[in-house]
Design a protein around this ligand. Structure first.
Ligand code: MG
Length: 463
């Protein structure tokens, strides 16, 4: 099939603006290709596939096309409806399905939607699995089912119940203690899929809840990414309610950001750091994150005397590295917390439970817990990527910047642990640029690292 140029195809999925690149025809083709891929790799004549979607208004239409594509290649479908992404991934394992498709564009604006493909272990396809599936999208023949071989569709109305029960079984939670403590919480689900699970979770944990944007109709009232600058309404509501904490999710509820009792968004890097602090108090063990996540997590791991391992950027890379290392917790600095006790994928419901348990055990306000950590500044920049090779650019930086640690797993990451600062450069997959991210204990020190990198590569100082 010819892929429209404005469609973005990545390892684990395909993303586009609905009506431009992303049409029912394209979506049905990808779904049929995924079904054909599952038939080939599992050897099953009728692989079972679990479907879920976030709350975007385009979700129901695209889900119809996904179902038709899967049925047309003989896959049986379980439609779990409007649920968070982690709930769909959890349902795949419950049903012992061959795989799953999530219809969500995560934190992207409402005009976007996407398909994400997951394997039978409830994790997204990785770089080794994806090419075989994409071959069916591109040019491999897809054998369609005849009239009596079409896949069936059944509905699963209990995916949220089971996921919720699994979160409440997290071994580190003191449910009685939490219910007695009765935390006052403001919850902002951006009218995304989090609205179908998080109010129920908070109720089960005995919280007194003020809800914002809980109706899951996909009419996002704020920019949907839960970064600090988008959480003004939540900050105000936390102050007005005198709440202990404010929680904000993205539309598919795999990421969580926190607003402290002081009514201030504390930055999404803290979600994983605080969740890890709680888990490590109960069960010391390896922690895994990506190369661009804040040092605040490294400080938490160091304080607990455990190893922090870094993986290439991308949820599946972190999840796979956690599996290999036997990590007790991991995730990403964007508010994505992965707890293997529940499953190996980012899960906002898991993060909510862990943060509340930490607040219970430490018996101090969230703002005070945050103040215990070194404050860091992250600076992001980009450089035009000239004709020279990336390899040459990275070698130049290693030589000129003289960092004690260098990591080439994913671009180049230079680390000065003594000075508590690091620099990570990666080539963009979509534009001819190098992305730079630097972190240090002060804005000046972070900025200076970026400038030194620019200088070493012969780029003009940034404006
Ligand atoms: Mg998301």
């Amino acid at each position: 099939m010819h892929i429209p140029p404005d469609l973005m195809v990545s390892v684990s999925g395909v993303r586009g603006r609905v009506g431009d690149g992303l049409t029912p025809e394209v979506v049905a083709r990808f779904a049929a290709a995924f079904g054909a891929y599952l038939r080939e790799t599992t050897g099953e004549a009728r692989p079972l596939v679990v479907l879920g979607r976030d709350s975007r208004p385009t979700g129901p239409m695209l889900l119809q096309a996904v179902k038709a594509g899967l049925q047309s290649v003989g896959c049986d479908v379980i439609d779990a409806g409007l649920i968070p992404t982690p709930t769909t991934l959890f349902a795949i394992r419950h049903h012992r399905a061959a795989g799953g498709i999530v219809v969500t564009a995560s934190h992207n604006p409402v005009e976007w939607n996407a398909l994400k493909f997951a394997s039978r272990v409830g994790m997204f396809l990785d770089a080794e699995e994806a090419p075989a599936m994409r071959a069916f999208v591109a040019d491999r023949e897809i054998r369609r089912a005849r009239w009596h071989e079409l896949g069936t569709v059944t509905v699963d109305a209990h995916a949220v119940d089971r996921h919720l029960a699994a979160v409440l079984r997290i071994p580190y939670l003191d449910l009685d203690g939490l219910r007695k403590r009765r935390f006052r919480v403001v919850l902002d689900c951006v009218r995304g899929a989090g609205g179908v699970i998080l109010p129920r979770l908070l109720e089960a944990l005995g919280c007194d809840v003020v809800g914002l944007n809980l109706e899951p109709d996909g009419r996002f009232p704020r920019a949907p990414e839960p970064v600090a600058e988008n959480l003004g309404e939540l900050e105000t509501a936390v102050r007005a309610a005198g709440a202990d904490v404010g929680f904000a999710t993205d539309p598919d509820a795999d990421r969580l950001s926190l607003v402290s009792d002081a009514g201030r968004a504390i930055g999404e890097d803290f979600t994983l750091a605080l969740a890890a602090q709680l888990v490590l108090q109960h069960r010391p063990g390896p922690v895994v994150t990506n190369l661009s996540t804040s040092r605040v997590l490294e400080d938490v791991a160091n304080a607990a005397g455990v190893a922090l391992l870094r993986a290439p950027v991308g949820e599946i890379n972190v999840a796979r590295a956690m599996e290999r290392a036997g990590a007790v917790i991991g995730g990403e600095g964007n508010g994505g917390v992965i707890l293997p006790d529940v499953h190996l994928t980012r899960d906002a419901a898991v993060a909510v439970a862990l943060v509340l348990q930490l607040l219970l055990e430490r018996a101090r306000p969230l703002s005070a817990l945050v103040a215990e950590h070194t404050p860091y500044t992250i600076v992001k920049d980009k450089l035009p990527r000239d004709a020279g090779s990336l390899e040459d650019a990275y070698a130049t930086l290693e030589r000129e910047l003289g960092a004690p640690l260098s990591d080439r797993q994913d671009g180049l990451r230079l680390d000065w642990p003594e000075e508590r600062r690091w620099l990570h450069l990666r080539a963009s997959g979509t534009e001819p640029i190098l992305r730079i991210i630097a972190e240090a204990p002060s804005p000046e020190a972070a900025r200076e690292l970026v400038e030194r990198a620019r200088q070493a590569l012969g780029a003009a100082p940034s404006a």
